[in-house]
Design a protein around this ligand. Structure first.
Ligand code: SOE
Length: 390
């Protein structure tokens, strides 16, 4: 039987729009699916930009107003790849229109928006997913499998960092296309929502909820030219963010994210230490998982560097022959492949809005703690709105 068409309406033509469009195009070639994504429409405020993007990536039509896209009956899923300040309004409208929703991370600018978005998809009963793509790096998925198999035993430590250096120049403006991540009104926060969010999502997925934390943030450059107003304006985002944490399972953790780590472009790395084994992963060497097993014969005991390219490694049977590597773009292909597989089995896929909301609770606690200087419980609300201390 021919795969049934699943029509995508993509909003946003930036870096993330390209990553998602590429995933839709690649997935039917590498995954055996009952559904086939159709690039039905792309939407951007600037029509010329949308036209160009549609031509380049093969979208059948364009829109310049997301409301028109959401209203279209020939669209099955709305994919939100536009800046953070657009996520809530679009997602809530798309949920009310009964669409499946894919949303770029972070879910929202702040906790209030994230809760409203999650309530909207719950109320409407629509399928939803957030693009925390690093879960689908094969080495990270393997880490999850090893932890779930109990190979690490009791977990004592989690250590994560996400380091960049692209905003260090004092004359880099804030706001507008490409630089909206520096504008707090658009982004919500700085590295806390942008980079630390990845670390939090992976950590809670791998070893469970974070209960309590103590955070600090800093804005090193206090004023920048705003591209849209043409004026020097205060910088509202955090340039660096770090926190100490305790997980529900008793593990202790340190998390750090910054755009001021000279020499680092996107070094996302984590290490986990358990009673029986430890593991470590680094985005700059993403196809390798470092693993230390204390049960190994003493003479040979040591860290092994596993090259995650064999067909019995997660996702790798979809690609080339053992030994040949894949990269960043493939994580998005894996995520949408998993979505379509789940769809045909009538199962849910994670991370959902509710999973991403769990990250927002931690982000909110980090920012609160950084402001107060005190330890902070991670509060959560369940589907009935009841507060549950972390
Ligand atoms: C920021 O530079 C950024 O592009 C993030 O927004 C992405 O989520 C991260 O994967 C890479 O860095």
């Amino acid at each position: 039987m021919d795969p049934s068409p699943f029509r995508i309406g993509l909003i946003g033509c930036g870096f993330m729009g390209r990553a998602h469009a590429n995933a839709y195009k690649r997935v039917p070639d590498f995954f055996d699916l009952e559904c086939r994504p159709v690039l039905q429409a792309v939407c951007a405020r600037d029509g010329a930009n949308a036209e160009l993007f549609a031509r380049q990536w093969g979208f059948a039509s364009i829109e310049t107003d997301w409301r028109a896209l959401v209203a279209r009956s020939d669209i099955d899923a709305i994919d939100i790849a536009s800046p953070n300040d657009t996520h809530a309004e679009i997602a809530i409208a798309a949920a009310e229109a009964g669409k499946t929703i894919f949303c770029e991370k972070p879910l929202a600018r702040n906790l209030a928006e994230a809760e409203q978005m999650t309530a909207a998809v719950d109320r409407a009963g629509v399928r939803n997913m957030v693009w925390y793509n690093y879960r689908r790096v094969p080495a990270v998925t393997l880490a999850k499998q090893l932890i779930d198999e109990g190979r690490l035993g009791r977990i004592f430590h989690y250590r994560a960092k996400f380091l960049q250096d692209w905003t260090m120049a004092p004359d880099l403006p804030q706001g507008g296309q490409a630089l909206w991540r520096l504008d707090a009104n658009v982004a919500g926060s700085g590295v806390t929502g942008d980079l630390l969010a990845h670390c939090i999502d992976t950590a809670q997925w791998l070893i469970g909820p974070i209960d309590r934390l103590c955070g600090m943030i800093e804005t090193f450059i206090k004023e920048r030219l705003h591209q849209q107003t043409g004026k020097q304006e205060p910088v509202g985002i955090d340039d660096a963010s770090a926190f100490l944490a305790r997980f529900e399972n008793g593990a202790l953790a340190t998390f750090e994210a910054t755009r001021y780590a000279r020499g680092h472009k996107a070094q996302y790395a984590f290490e986990i230490n358990g009673e029986n084994a430890s593991l470590a992963w680094d985005l700059h060497d993403l196809h390798r998982l470092q693993f230390f097993d204390h049960k190994d014969d003493g003479k040979l005991r040591g860290w092994r560097s596993i090259h995650i390219t064999d067909h019995d490694h997660p996702y790798m049977k979809h690609w080339w022959v053992p030994g040949l590597q894949i990269g960043y773009e493939h994580t998005f292909v894996h995520q949408i492949g998993d979505f379509f597989t789940a769809l045909s089995r009538d199962e849910l896929v994670s991370p959902s809005f509710r999973d991403a909301l769990a990250t927002e609770y931690v982000i909110d606690a980090v920012l609160k703690s950084a402001r107060s200087g005190a330890w902070q419980d991670v509060l959560r609300r369940d589907q009935q709105g009841r507060e549950t201390p972390g």
